[in-house]
Ligand binder design. Sequence first.
Ligand code: SF4
Length: 358
Amino acid sequence: MIYENIQEELQILKQLPEPVVTWFRANKRELPWRDHPDAYRVWVSEIMLQQTRVEAVKSYYHRFLEALPDVKALAEAEEDQLLKLWEGLGYYNRVRNMQKAATQIMVDYGGEFPQTYEEILNLTGIGSYTAGAISSFAFGLAKPAVDGNVLRVISRITGSDRDIMKQSVRKRMEKLLEQVIPADASSDFNQGLIEIGAIVCVPNGEPKCQECPAKEFCVAHKKGIEMELPVKKKAAARRIEKRTVLIFRDGETRGIRKRPAKGLLAGLYELPGVDGHLTMEEAIEYSKKIGLTPVRVKEAGEAKHVFSHVEWHMIGYQIQVDELEESCTEDMIFAHPEEIQQRYPIPSAFEKYMKYVI
Ligand code: SF4
């Protein structure tokens, strides 16, 4: 149902604050970033949560905060350390942007996290959701924090069939919510909506309407159309790229290389490889071409990795060579397995092949 009049939706949403806040206070999960929610902690956790499940984020979060406990430490971190801490989370530009924002905070705000929504939104890599989350969770400001969970919950509550993939729909929802956020409980209200989306009005499968504090006035529930909402237009199909991954090793060391400074997985380290699927003979030829002497070659199997716009379909070969360092003409780093593990951030795209490396 598309409301012509924003007032109708507003009337429904005005019923939300009290039940949502009460429900959240009674049902919230204990999560590490909910203790002492200062701006830095909220920021780190929210950026991590954009890409990974809550359970998986916990260990990353602790490790990151231990290594980089505040804005200053983040601003001053070496790139390799930063990427190593992010290894496995993906979307490495997000942590690079966090470092840029940390530098902005050091330079423009003397290291103190800015405390207005507009200033927070101005920081590199911070969009309206994260700005709303930091503003409300850390500073108690009455600003909305609309993520995918909230888009789904509010679409169902208001019975809206607007396409939630559109920016304009998100903006409209932010505007509506801003008018109903309780000034004295903005953090619990925003977190409550997100939490309902995570554990009650779930994305996959039936929502648990009987447990939901909005069931009395939820339009989708009343009409029995919970599963039809929200409307989400399909994203364009991903491009498929074929890759051959080559695990070069001699008795002691393995070959890795640094990816270019721009583009996919920029600045991270990878197992060498070439575009397309090589046969074993072609892989041997390629090894010789770059100055190596293969003594034994074995298949390392297939793997697939899905990025947001691209899928890598990989095949791999383990290539035992005579001596790596002496003869290779490619720009490679030759390192011992322990060194690779401790020092070089290698993205999870190569996870399947890392057992042949370390
Ligand atoms: S009543 Fe059901 S559909 Fe409506 S918000 Fe709650 S869980 Fe979602």
